[in-house]
Design a protein around this ligand. Structure first.
Ligand code: DQA
Length: 151
């Protein structure tokens, strides 16, 4: 499978930002974990990170044309208010799983709402960096289920 993992603002600051919440490992460690898992599963994966809403929207739109078969996305704080990212995701019909490193539902009130969740096929929260790997598995499962329904 050709997978795309998108990380939004401040996720490049893993290992620097609030370690009690996000852990001590950095962004490079995360992309290493993701690449390693993709190799093991026989998948191809691209990790994309941006602090800019428009760049994230551009990358989501590009995935319509580049053969992407599944998306894992942590929109960071955009999760809570970016209708523009939500709309971009809505037009892409491959399996999409939203992931949050922290348990957003147990944190400040403003983190409880995800405007992107309704246009994704699943959400994983509070599992630390491992959540990305679980999200990759979920994307594959959803793709397999859809294929079964088609065949
Ligand atoms: C986050 C949770 C968001 O509320 C926050 O703004 C982030 C990271 C997470 O992975 O737990 O940047 O998406």
């Amino acid at each position: 499978m050709k997978l795309l993992v998108i990380n939004g603002p401040n996720l490049n600051f893993l290992g620097i930002r609030d370690k009690a919440v996000y852990g001590k490992e950095d962004y490079q460690y995360l992309t290493g974990m993701i690449q390693e898992k993709a190799e093991k599963d026989g998948d191809r994966v691209e990790c994309f990170q941006s602090n800019h809403e428009g760049a994230i929207i551009d990358r989501i739109q590009e995935s319509y044309f580049d053969g992407t078969e599944g998306i894992v996305i942590n929109p960071g704080a955009f999760t809570h208010y970016s209708y523009a990212i939500r709309d971009a995701l809505e037009s892409i019909h491959v399996p999409k799983v939203e992931v949050h490193i922290s348990d957003v539902n147990a944190r400040e009130e403003f983190r409880h709402l995800s405007v992107t969740k309704p246009v994704c096929d699943g959400q994983i929260v509070g599992q630390g960096l491992k959540g990305y790997l679980l999200a990759m598995d979920l994307v594959r499962e959803i793709a397999a289920e859809r294929k079964e329904k088609r065949d």
